[in-house]
Design a protein around this ligand. Sequence first.
Ligand SMILES: N[C@H](CCC[C@H](N)C(=O)O)C(=O)O
Length: 302
Amino acid sequence: MSDRVEFARMNGLGNKILVVDMRGRTDRVTPAAAIALAADPATVFDQIMAIHDPKLDGTDAYIDILNCDGSKAQACGNGTRCVVQALASETGRKSFTFQTIAGILNAVEHQDGTISVDMGKPVFAWDKIPLSEEFHDTSRIELQIGPIDAPILHSPSAMSMGNPHAVFWVDRDPMTYDLERFGPLLENHPIFPEKANITLAQVTSKTSMVTRTWERGAGLTLACGSAACAAGVSAARTGRTERKVTITVASSPNRGTLTIDWRPDDKVVMTGPAEWEWSGTVNPTTGDWQRDESGQAEAATP
Ligand SMILES: N[C@H](CCC[C@H](N)C(=O)O)C(=O)O
C-alpha cells in the first residue's frame, strides 16, 4: 500500500474541505493527520471527506468525515457536495449513493453544476439529538446566554440532521452577533452531551433566511450545510417559513445561498455549489502532503 494518496482542496460556499481518496485501501485518515493538515496554513480545513470503497451493495462509496480537531462528524452537507463534484468529474456520472456513519445519502449533480444532496430525515426526539435533559418539545428548549433578564440568545430549536444542531432565532443580521464568544460556550454546554453545531438564523420572509454557524469541532467556519438544513427544517417546524427556503449563508464569500427543501416524504434536500481549488498527495497517517505542481513544471520546461 502506497504511503501517499491523492487529495483535493475544495470548498462548499467557503466551507474548507479536503477530499481524500482512500479507495483501494484498508487504513483511515488518522486524527493526527487531520490535526497536522489543519495546523498548516496551506491546507487548513474545516472537514476532511475520506472516500473509501463501498461497504454495502448499492452504494458507491463509504465516506468518513473528520473535523479539523480530529473528531468524527456524522454529516457534512457542504463536503458531500464536494465529493459529488470530484467523483462526477472523474467518472462522468451524475448521481451517487454514499454511506456514512449516519446512514445512506443520495446525491445528484445538475446540468448547471449545482449539486443536490438528500441529507435524510431530521430527528427531533430529545434523547436522539441528543440532549441531556428530557424536553417534550425540542422546537424550543430552555437555554440562554447573556444577562438573565435580557438574554442575547435564547430558546433555540434543537434537532439532529445526523449530527446535533441548535438554531437560535435572531432579529438582526447574524454577522452582528459575537458568535466567536458565544459559540464555544454553547457548543460545549452540558445540555449537549455530544456537543452541538450552533446556528444563528434570521428569518427574512416565508421562503428566505440568513444564517451563520459555529461548528462543533471546527469553530467559526464560512458555511455549514447541515446547519442550513437544520435552520430550514426548524423554521418550517415552528411555522416561521414554508418547507422550501433559500438560505443566505452570511459568513460565506459573497453571501452565497443554499436551497433547503424539507420534502413531504420527510427527507431534507440541500442544493448548492461546490468548487475545486487544487490537488495534491498526502500521507493519511502523518498528514505530510505535497501539492501537484504539474502545470507549473510543464511551463518551466523549455
Ligand atoms: N460543515 C459541515 C458540518 C460539519 C459538522 C461538524 N462540525 C459536526 O457535526 O461535528 C456541513 O456542511 O454540514
